[in-house]
Design a binder for this molecule. Sequence first.
Ligand SMILES: [Zn+2]
Length: 79
Amino acid sequence: MPCGWYYSDSSMATPYKTIYKCRDCGATSYQPVMDRAPSGALQATGQYRCTGCRNIFATIRDWWQPRRLTEFQPNSFPG
Ligand SMILES: [Zn+2]
């Protein structure tokens, strides 16, 4: 029986499904970013990669939280 239902690239971590959506592409899952340590072992870097747009984020909150629409500039107050 065929058994081709796995990723041949073992560095692909399993995506995490979330209730959140990527602020950029709307994907609902992300993967932990894996990097190869000097010893050759794959390690999670602590960052996250969107499975949709492949952008990398430092935190989950960064991934789903919309960018600030308005920049607050205290020095531009008129008068
Ligand atoms: Zn995305």
